[in-house]
Design a protein around this ligand. Structure first.
Ligand code: SAH
Length: 345
């Protein structure tokens, strides 16, 4: 048994043959799955009934339940999706002019334990399989055509590399949903082995790296992953990645008041980023999280100072505005709040 949404379009013919099923049906299957976007084989009415029954037992379509949708004033929608084992993840839909971006999760919870992140505050429950990740996309596209995907939801994609890559390859496939590779961004906290694997794929996915601190002392405090792969390992890895792929890396820097927002931090960040030939920086003001009431969003003046230092150092920098604040903002919060609700009731 293999979930239908874990099979890449080119794999259908050989897999059908292997199961003693008619390989010429592959095209009809692909049309049902990725043109009609069925989520139940009974809806694939172009296929004969007995064949549909065989598909049902051999290649089930992954079921999810939409347990919560919270919408914020800016139009951002946060969906809470539950899998059949009862575990749930968040996926967020972010409308912007000419774009409809989906932020997807790759794990239930996260093992990385970054201090400011809600997803990791209770550890990891399990990784998602490729079909479960595709199921998030399928749930999202019911709200409109997805133009971009960011892998910035719950979980560390490079800690679940194979399943994440299979899901993204499927979503990218020409005979699948056909979402362009350059419209898909993977974000990692710096799990070094993933960089080389990704470079070797030869697919033009975009890569973001969560940095959040300009030196090991501070980064060790905020991101335990830094103890395993410190900056002197991570930054040369990033440099090698950009050299090999000729693709830019975007460094994410969540700005936390009084923690990593000083002028000295900005100067040091500029020096570190210059170690990577093709790099830019996204500054993200912290979204407050329940488990760290001491972490606060910096004021506007500080953010602009930080931005200014980087720009003066000729670092291409963007100051991001948080979206969906009133929709249970930061990553992982909707799931946590739901867990709490369940615990209380
Ligand atoms: N594990 C991956 C992807 C998930 S997090 C990674 O670390 O990159 C996606 C981005 O949101 C990361 O840059 C992460 O550091 C950031 N983030 C997490 N919690 C945040 C918060 N409370 N406020 C602002 N950004 C946050």
């Amino acid at each position: 048994m293999r979930p239908a949404w874990s099979i890449l379009p080119d794999e259908w013919k050989p897999i059908l043959t292997e199961k003693g099923l008619r390989a010429f049906r592959a095209d009809q299957i692909l049309q049902s799955l990725y043109r009609d976007y069925i989520d139940d084989w009974d809806l694939a009415t172009t296929l004969p009934k007995d064949f549909r029954e065989a598909l049902k037992s051999e290649f089930p379509i992954t079921k999810t339940e939409l347990v919560d949708v919270s919408e914020s004033a800016d139009g951002t929608k946060k969906l809470l999706l539950k899998y059949t084992d009862g575990e749930a993840v968040e996926t967020v839909l972010i409308p912007a002019t000419g774009r409809f971006t989906q932020c997807i999760s790759t794990q239930v919870g996260c093992a990385m334990g970054c201090a400011f992140c809600a997803s990791g505050s209770r550890g990891v429950v399990r990784s998602l399989t490729a079909d479960e990740i595709v199921a998030e996309y399928m749930a999202g596209r019911k709200f409109g055509e997805i133009t971009n995907i960011v892998v910035m939801g719950m979980g560390e994609p490079f800690a679940n590399y194979d399943e994440v890559m299979r899901a993204l390859k499927l979503i990218n496939a020409g005979k699948g949903p056909n979402l362009g590779a350059r419209h898909i961004t993977i974000s990692t906290c710096g799990v070094v082995p993933g960089f080389e694997k990704l470079a070797a794929e030869g697919i033009q996915f975009e890569l973001s790296v969560s940095l959040h601190a300009p030196n090991d002392e501070l980064r060790n405090e905020l991101m335990p992953v830094n103890k395993r792969w410190p900056l002197d390992v991570l930054l040369p890895t990033c440099a090698a990645y950009t050299e090999k792929t000729k693709r830019i890396i975007t460094f994410e820097y969540t700005v936390i008041a009084g923690v990593n927002d000083s002028r000295a931090c900005a100067e040091e960040l500029a020096r570190q980023v210059k170690r990577v030939p093709m790099a830019k920086v996204n500054l993200i003001p912290l979204s407050p999280v329940d488990h760290r009431p001491d972490f606060k969003t910096p004021d506007e003046k500080t953010l602009l100072m930080f931005l200014d230092v980087l720009m003066k150092n000729r670092i291409q920098t963007m100051l991001r505005r948080s979206r969906g604040k009133d929709a249970n903002a930061a990553c992982g919060q909707l799931r946590l709040r739901n867990l709490k609700r369940t615990t209380i009731s």
